[in-house]
Ligand binder design. Structure first.
Ligand code: MLT
Length: 275
């Protein structure tokens, strides 16, 4: 069966009796390329990076919703259903699934709707709480702006927020790369993503009784996903490791891919042990 979303496979082939696949879900408004550095540090694992609806090589959000017979309204539920359906089509019924920021919101929706898929979860630079009113209003404003003549210019200012002070001061190539990705972000993906995130509920309860190994990770310089938000998720989880990546902001996977790969590898090992 063909896969609904674009899945990018790395490392050894996925086998029934082989290691659990590690599935990585990207941040807004990027795509699977943001995991390149992390994947390079995990050559021994079968890794699948997934492009969300409207991003990278995945079909438009409207086409994804139609294929799943879901309402056309943007939602992370549709994104989670699309991830689960795509993995199912690829023969993956159980995996360690990690997501960064928007990818983490999708992991939370998977925990609510597709729990049997999850052998372990990674919640990176994300939060389980819904937006406050002001943040929601800002998302809807950015969505409209992206649909206007400026397109991706609506998200250009994000480069200042999503990278930490250390990266801005010492890693000019990372700043350039992220600026380039933001400039290329597709307008319909931006609009869909902002509206989907604006509509997401608080999903902390999805973590209670999850019963699989979990990782909560954040960059010490992250100004988007706070330490208290990370702690709130960790408090809801039974089997959790909390990792703080020093000298990194919200885009830990891009700012310090080696540290993120090490944390994901440890999560994978715990999940294998439990499997
Ligand atoms: C992301 O990195 O995915 C975004 O910062 C998420 C958000 O806007 O909440």
């Amino acid at each position: 069966m063909s896969e609904l979303l674009a899945l990018h496979r790395h490392g050894p082939a996925i086998e029934q009796d082989g290691p659990l696949p590690l599935v990585l879900l990207h941040a807004f408004p990027l795509d699977s390329r943001m995991w390149e550095g992390v994947v390079a540090h995990l050559p021994e694992l079968p890794v699948v990076t997934v492009d969300a609806p409207g991003f990278g090589s995945s079909p438009s959000p409207a086409a994804v919703a139609e294929a799943l017979a879901r309402p056309a309204d943007p939602s992370l539920e549709t994104c989670a259903d699309a991830v689960a359906a795509s993995l199912h089509s690829a023969g993956i019924g159980r995996a360690v699934v990690a997501g960064l920021s928007m990818g983490g919101y999708t992991v939370l929706a998977l925990a609510e709707r597709h729990r049997s898929l999850l052998a372990g979860v990674g919640l990176l630079d994300t939060k389980a709480e819904a937006d406050a009113d002001a943040a929601r209003a800002n998302r809807l404003r950015v969505a409209e702006e992206a649909e206007g003549p400026g397109g991706a210019a609506a998200v250009a200012p994000m480069v200042d927020q999503v990278l930490g002070a250390t990266t801005h001061a010492e890693r000019p190539a990372v700043v350039d790369r992220v600026r380039g990705w933001l400039a290329e972000a597709p307008a319909d993906g931006i609009a869909w993503g902002q509206r989907a995130m604006a509509g997401r509920p608080t999903r902390r309860s999805a973590l209670e009784d999850l019963g699989v190994p979990a990782l909560v990770l954040r960059g010490a310089e992250d100004e988007t996903a706070s330490q208290s938000a990370a702690q709130s998720m960790a408090d809801a989880l039974r089997d959790v490791e909390v990792v703080v990546v020093p000298r990194a902001g919200h885009m830990t996977a891009v700012e310090d891919p080696e540290a993120v790969a090490a944390a994901l590898s440890a999560l994978h090992e715990r999940a294998e042990h439990r499997h």
